[in-house]
Design a protein around this ligand. Structure first.
Ligand code: SF4
Length: 646
């Protein structure tokens, strides 16, 4: 991924200081002595870091270069566009350098309030996914013979509109990768064009408790409005992490926490099953927790926190019944400030835009008549649907049961969902599927209308990061083969005879701004008028009592995610998938173990995590096969672990 030309090096040691002081990964070091002294890879430390690419940018003489970019272009031939990274919810500023319509490299932008001047390797190198051969470049509609054929935009809009009208109830699954403007368009499209609240951005395990938590504690907060900021992490006495491994899931938060810890004023406390590599570098105090026991672990921290503390809860807590409620209780009792950290760049913007069955844009509750009137007046329609919407699991169940006939789906990979097999079956069972996608996928292969969407480089937009901070960006490239999602939705809505009232990002932004946040009361966490949900298919883990090990899992920063496709050098830096075991189980079962859950079996090398809680096994969520949810079991459920024959 990175090459060193020693003859250029002036031994300034910027790179080694970065490795030591910022990333905490000793992947590059000063080696040898005297006249032989030079930069190299330390013998006792592997080149292992999620932040290594930053050394390319800070090397003053070009001794460290990107294998993929070096000698491909002269800097003065490049056009540079400021942008925002799309790989996590950190909102990191980046610079996109492009030439003749093709992105050549990405660099860290300098934003002292957010990512300072660092980005993850994923933010830097994972951009080729939008340049691959499977990129969709024209609309397609399914012919009578069952095959997909190319269509013009107007024809595709018309076919999509006709099919949705005839479908008899349509659900909308938007995924978490949308810009806030596109999310707003989906939210309005569902309510105005489809007359439904059946919309959910959560293409992952989720719960009704989470939806209520987002409405009560997250939506419409932000810097200056009660939201926690990066700077707050630095000044906090204690930062509690629950359901969040920041090195893997939110790199800029990890780096800011490491800075705070090294400065000496902040202690990190982690409610987690073991001290991960990232938590080790934060010198985190572990509150050893079996997945599912997070509510009790959080309640146990009540006496330790005060108003100078910050509590960061990851989206994974949605899969643990009671955990988000316990986090909110802990914050209320201790005075600690609370923030929700999702994984994807568009998640927070989707909450703000109302891509949830119980929320309209700006945090307006669907259940509140005055909120509905407010939005209906702004949108120029008589009324909005009153019936509580279905969440993503309930949409999947309703499609399978034939209660819904149509589906509008955007950027959802079934393997990320709570029950991948159920999601696949539901998409297959749907009478009419409209897929808005960047690249060919298992969803587009079965869809009735496929509409190519513009990647983030080709459109303006805004990501709202975990702080609630809007991170607007303009288009870097112009590519006529795809359109922003809001333009596509506007086209279908017009064919349906219920126009959205905007066609451009600027128009949507202006409308969002005019609507603004809800100034009525916040939904209470125990609000019983929440979204309709299913039982069983949702994110709640199977019973954790019984035989076997409790399954702990999360996605590593570099893994099999589709947005990392196309960069073999980045992929090669992924950590090898292993099954982590505590001491006793490791000694008994190594070197290779087979895990068996209710969705299948997987065999992985065993590795030791010294402080892993007894009776727990940890595996990476998307680093082998089709991932844990498809190939093994739900997080928090029981799996059998046996020594495997090698
Ligand atoms: S930053 Fe560049 S010039 Fe400085 S020590 Fe590292 S490789 Fe050498």
């Amino acid at each position: 991924m990175i090459l060193l030309d020693r003859e250029r090096c002036i031994v300034c040691q910027r790179c080694t200081r970065f490795a030591d002081e910022i990333a905490g990964d000793p992947f590059i070091a000063l080696v040898e002595r005297g006249a032989q002294q030079q930069i190299g890879i330390a013998e006792d430390a592997p080149f292992l870091s999620y932040f290594a690419g930053n050394v390319i940018q800070i090397c003053p003489v070009g001794a460290l270069t990107s294998e993929d970019y070096r000698f491909r272009s002269r800097p003065f031939d490049l056009v540079s566009s400021p942008a925002v990274a799309e790989h996590d919810a950190c909102g990191s500023a980046i610079r996109v350098d492009h030439r003749r319509g093709k992105v050549m490299r990405r660099l860290a932008g300098n934003d002292p309030a957010v990512n300072e001047e660092w980005i993850t390797d994923k933010d830097r190198f994972a951009f080729t996914y939008a340049q691959l051969d499977d990129r969709l470049t024209y609309p397609q509609v399914r012919d009578d013979d069952g095959s997909l054929r190319p269509a013009s935009w107007p024809e595709a809009f018309a076919v999509a509109a006709r099919g949705l009208q005839a479908a008899g109830g349509v659900g909308v699954l938007t995924g978490g990768r949308l810009t806030a403007e596109d999310a707003y368009a989906y939210s309005k499209f569902a309510r105005v064009a489809l007359s439904t609240n059946d919309i959910d951005f959560r293409a992952r395990p989720h719960s009704a408790e989470e939806a209520a938590f987002l409405a009560a504690h997250v939506v419409s907060t932000g810097p200056g409005g009660g939201g926690v900021t990066y700077d707050d992490l630095e000044s906090a006495s204690t930062v509690v992490l629950a359901g969040l491994e920041p090195e893997d899931e939110a790199g800029a938060i990890f780096l800011r926490l490491r800075k705070a810890v090294r400065a000496g004023g902040t202690e990190v406390v982690a409610v987690a099953p073991y001290t991960s590599r990232g938590l080790g570098k934060l010198r985190a105090r572990l509150v050893p927790t079996v997945p599912g026991d997070e509510p009790a672990a959080l309640a146990g921290l009540a006496g330790e926190l005060d108003a100078t503390a910050v509590l960061l809860v990851g989206e994974r807590l949605a899969a643990v019944p009671g955990a988000l409620t316990a986090a909110a209780d802990l914050a209320a009792r201790s005075g600690a400030r609370l923030a929700w950290v999702p994984r994807r760049a568009g998640d927070r913007g989707a909450v703000e835009a109302g891509c949830l069955p119980g929320l309209l844009p700006g945090g307006r509750p669907v259940a509140d008549a005055s909120a509905r009137v407010d939005v209906a007046a702004a949108w120029g329609v008589d009324a909005l649907p009153e019936v509580a919407g279905r969440d993503a699991d309930a949409i999947v169940a309703a499609l399978a049961a034939g209660e819904l006939g149509g589906l509008v789906v955007a950027g959802v990979d079934p393997i990320d969902t709570a029950d991948p097999a159920a999601t696949r079956a539901a998409i297959a069972a749907a009478g009419f599927v409209v897929a808005l996608e960047l690249r060919e996928s298992e969803v587009t292969r079965v869809a009735d209308v496929v509409l190519p969407v513009a990647p983030v480089t080709d459109k303006a937009g805004t990501f709202v990061n975990w702080e609630g901070r809007p991170r607007p960006f303009e288009a870097a490239l112009r590519n006529p083969s795809s359109l922003p999602e809001l333009r596509i939705l506007a086209g279908i809505a017009e064919e349906l005879g219920r126009p959205l009232g905007f066609r451009t990002v600027e128009q949507a932004r202006a409308e969002m701004q005019q609507l603004g946040p809800w100034d009525g009361g916040r939904s209470a966490l125990d609000d019983s008028s929440g979204p309709r949900t299913t039982t069983g298919a949702g994110g709640a883990p199977a019973a954790t009592s019984g035989d076997g090990f409790v399954l702990a899992t999360w996605k590593q920063s570099v893994d099999n995610g589709r947005m990392q496709d196309g960069d073999k050098y980045l992929k090669a830096t992924a950590r090898q998938p292993v099954a982590l075991l505590g001491r006793r189980a490791y000694d008994e079962l190594r070197p290779t173990v087979t895990l068996t859950g209710d969705r299948g079996s997987v065999t992985l090398p065993a590795a030791l995590a010294d402080d892993l809680v007894d009776g727990v096994v940890w595996v990476p969520a998307n680093s082998f096969g089709n991932g844990v949810l498809a190939d093994l079991a739900s997080p928090g459920s029981r799996v059998r672990v046996e020594g495997a024959q090698v």
